[in-house]
Design a protein around this ligand. Structure first.
Ligand SMILES: [Zn+2]
Length: 384
């Protein structure tokens, strides 16, 4: 229901996974229990300006998106579900028009029409032209979903389109020429390749969404996808890639660090992966964020429809999320980045039954991750 309806609305392609108490007002977040009372209370000005570079907003969800930003201390959002321009759906046109209602607080990324791969011999060029058109209309970036590598068909209609398919080179080159960053989701949590049993650490999610399992799904291994992602970034050095979900490897920050060292054109976002990165030792992650303070963009993977039932806070379970889920999501996210509190509740418990350790980053690093890096990479800043 909720998640199915949600995916249908914004074509999220089942994007997955991402809220203090003891040290409150980090982000204008309420310090007590959530819900209507918190919403009604006057809130202090947030300590930080924030851009959420990773959201999925349905055209009828703009009002709710603005309310959410005001409530939780977020200045602007990037809607990665812009879809593509042109008839019959004119989806990007509708998303851009809807974003205008937020008066400069929502920017839109476009997603390519992967049906062109089977329809056109020169699909890369056709997708590149579509990207130029999207840019002209106002889209500021390109989003590639995990469907690349896991779902979209190659030109022969039989095989899966590879993440580093040469036919797509024209598209990624054009993104570089247009100065449009490419937010790319490749693979998924490693546990989704393990048998979907109660022993699987992502069992709660897999139970709610059996279709998220890639065990015996006839898809490439996690590593094969990641290697292709590595080659893709290397092949387009003039194109900036945003490796979403903590560089697509939140389980292994050492690998992400190596990728960042190797590819100056790669930055990462934190969307839907605070529960995962919060499992690593506090000191290690603080060193990571300090070393790569210019390469990390704050994102949540919040999905926003018109109704509460349509919401997604990093991931979804079997039942629609509640206002308590919303409050936990944002307060624990701020707490993770802004406090050194240990063994705190995860913002998204459906992603695994464990506690996380906050990184307690200094203000100057937080300002880069919450704002400066996004402004530089996106070449956009929200009105505030
Ligand atoms: Zn997403």
């Amino acid at each position: 229901m909720t998640s199915a309806r949600w995916s249908a609305v914004v074509l999220v392609a089942a994007t997955l996974a991402p809220a203090c108490r003891n040290r409150p007002p980090a982000g204008g977040a309420p310090s007590a229990s959530p819900g209507a009372a918190a919403a009604a209370a006057p809130r202090p000005a947030p300590r930080f300006h924030r851009i959420d570079v990773h959201t999925h907003i349905a055209p009828d969800g703009i009002e709710r998106a603005v309310r959410l930003m005001d409530q939780w201390g977020i200045d602007g959002m990037v809607n990665l579900s812009g879809m593509h321009p042109g008839p019959p759906s004119n989806a990007l046109e509708r998303q851009l028009a809807a974003a205008q209602e937020a008066h400069g607080r929502i920017a839109v990324f476009t997603t390519p029409d992967f049906r062109l791969v089977m329809r056109r011999e020169d699909y890369g060029a056709a997708m590149a032209d579509q990207l130029s058109e999207a840019r002209r209309m106002g889209a500021i970036g390109l989003k590639i979903t995990k469907g690349l590598g896991l779902g979209y068909r190659a030109h022969d209609g039989v095989h899966l389109l590879a993440v580093d398919d040469h036919g797509l080179d024209a598209l990624f080159e054009r993104a570089g020429e247009l100065g449009m960053p490419v937010a790319i989701h490749c693979g998924d949590p490693k546990a989704f390749w393990q048998p979907a049993t109660p022993q699987n650490e992502r069992w709660d999610e897999l139970q709610a969404h059996p279709e998220w399992s890639f065990a015996d799904a006839g898809v490439p291994s996690w590593q094969e996808l990641y290697d292709a992602f590595d080659r893709l970034i290397a092949r387009h050095p003039k194109t900036t890639f945003i490796g979403v979900h903590f560089g697509n490897d939140p389980e292994d920050p050492d690998t992400v660090a190596r990728m960042l060292d190797k590819h100056p054109n790669l930055v990462i976002d934190t969307a839907a992966r605070v529960p995962e990165i919060g499992r690593h030792p506090q000191e290690k992650m603080r060193r990571f964020f300090t070393k790569y303070q210019d390469r990390v963009l704050f994102g949540t993977d919040t999905g926003i429809g018109a109704e509460q039932d349509d919401m997604m806070y990093g991931s979804t379970g079997a039942t629609p999320p509640t206002h308590a889920d919303e409050a936990r999501f944002f307060t624990q996210t701020w707490r993770y980045f802004e406090t050194p509190d240990r063994q705190i509740e995860s913002p998204t418990p459906i992603q695994g039954r464990w506690k996380i350790d906050g990184v307690g980053l200094p203000d100057d690093v937080l300002r880069k991750i919450y704002w400066d890096n996004a402004v530089r990479i996106l070449r956009w800043k929200p009105t505030r």
